[in-house]
Design a protein around this ligand. Sequence first.
Ligand code: 13P
Length: 316
Amino acid sequence: MMFVDIDNKNCSFEKNQKLVENIRRLKKERNAIILTHNYQRPEIQDIGDHCGDSLGLCRIAASSNADVICFCGVRFMAESAAILNPGKKVILPAPEAGCSLADDLSIETLRTLKSKYPNAAVVCYVNSSAGVKAESDICCTSANAVQVVNSLKDYEEVLFVPDHNLGHYVSLHTDKKVYLAEVYCNAHHDLEKADAVRLKKLHPNAKFIAHPECKPEVLELADFVSSTSGMSKYVGDSGAREFIVGTEIGMVYRLQKDFPEYLFYPVSDKMICNDMKLITLERLAYSLETLTPVVEVPEKIRLKAKQALDRMMKIK
Ligand code: 13P
């Protein structure tokens, strides 16, 4: 297994400072924008032009004037940026950064499911490959999945892929019949109900906020279920001062930075997506210096996948 220095302990302050200066200079020279997901390492979140959830970053990627989009996230996110921005160079500093959801649903499996449910609209979570998006009617993120499914007025049935838990959560908020795939996010699905129960006992005044990729029995215990940016909004609006965070550990840094006066407790220190931690300041600097590795999507697939993403973007 690859060693992931999540706390950046192997990097001295001076070295980090130098890298940060380099990255800022290169960003200007290349007319690049740095987009970082909420699960990235703290120092990567800090240097990004925008840090957000999948939907927010998709929207920014679609409206950006930069020549280069440097995506600090995982492959499917950079692919989405490439699908939406054919004229721009999209670089992903860690090209091996995958996602169990995107990697575990093949196009063949999707085609088999489609033939099993021929009357169902195919809704695919953005955590999917470009090929899967191209085979789908519409995309969604965790921030808009319920709205997307309910927007499909001409359909009574929906095939929701790949994430089983998010699809199950959507099925509780729609009258449509929802068919699911057997695919899960490792970081979220491994969270057990017992972990949430334990933390709630330890912090009885805290609100438990959870990502819909968690198991249904975990979500039942949550005060609020939402995407990562939805969590930020909830923390700002709820009036509470303590929160148990039921998503990938990077989000705790993001929340603590935005709300330094509040207390945040990770529901479990096992909720780590190693793929999200692969991008380091060194790799980011190298990527901007060399403008590699480039993420490209074959044109035929890109055009079809773009339709599914564009349909989603039309929904508020
Ligand atoms: P968000 O869209 O909520 O940021 O989630 C992305 C993700 O990959 C969750 O595992």
